[in-house]
Design a binder for this molecule. Structure first.
Ligand SMILES: Cc1cc2nc3c(=O)[nH]c(=O)nc-3n(C[C@H](O)[C@H](O)[C@H](O)COP(=O)(O)O)c2cc1C
Length: 192
């Protein structure tokens, strides 16, 4: 059982998380033990029907360099090359990328919507897991999450979709806080 002080620290960690800018995520990234922990946390999500309707692809080192190079080549062939190149360059700095893939089973009695939500929960747990270990994380998608040639580089199967391209690394510069919805704006108690 966690002490009150530990619980406060954990709650404060979650309450103050902020996504750093992609270029502010640098090496060193998490160690292999820490990556195992991030994955362990990622998989601890609610999953109606125990379908595990998600997959994780870990990209680092030489594989990451090649993947980004190939994406840049694809970006150059697109009519919106200027924009897609900028978006692709966001992937360069962070030493680890965790691609969370939604692998929802169509036609299953557990609605596809719920399976997709579970993949979103995996994304958030990767972000919070990395943050809890002292790293920064930024949940992106970008053109390459939707472009068929780009997703082919990840070897996605039919019905698999990219839910998140999550950059993970050490934070060189925390981002300033951004305006956030207030609880009053988005919360209400159901009247009796
Ligand atoms: C599904 C999803 C996709 C996102 N894709 C992008 C993206 O492609 N580019 C981007 O700058 N932010 C993207 N974001 C927003 C960032 O993850 C993040 O919320 C934003 O930078 C604000 O930071 P915060 O985590 O401190 O609120 C996405 C968020 C979600 C939930």
């Amino acid at each position: 059982m966690a002490t009150i002080a530990e619980t406060r620290t954990c709650a404060e960690t979650l309450a103050t998380r902020r996504s750093p800018l992609p270029d502010a995520l640098v090496a060193p990234g998490p160690s292999s033990k820490e990556i195992d922990k991030i994955v362990e946390i990622a998989l601890r999500v609610p999953d109606h029907g125990r379908l595990s309707p998600w997959r994780l692809i870990l990209i680092a080192g030489e594989a990451k360099r090649l993947w980004v190079d190939r994406l840049l080549e694809l970006a150059d062939q697109r009519p919106d090359a200027g924009k897609t190149r900028v978006s692709t360059r966001k992937l360069v700095s962070a030493p680890l990328v965790v691609v969370v893939v939604s692998a929802a089973i169509p036609g299953h009695k557990v609605p596809e919507w719920e399976q997709v939500l579970s993949a979103g929960a995996v994304c958030m747990n990767v972000v919070n897991g990395a943050h809890a270990l002292g790293y920064g994380a930024q949940w992106l998608t970008g053109w390459h999450a939707y472009d068929e040639q780009a997703t082919a580089l990840l070897g996605l199967e039919e019905n698999q979709k990219v839910a998140g391209v999550i950059l993970v690394g050490s934070v060189v510069e925390p981002a300033p806080e951004r305006p956030r919805a207030s609880a009053a704006d988005v919360t209400r108690w159901l009247e009796a």
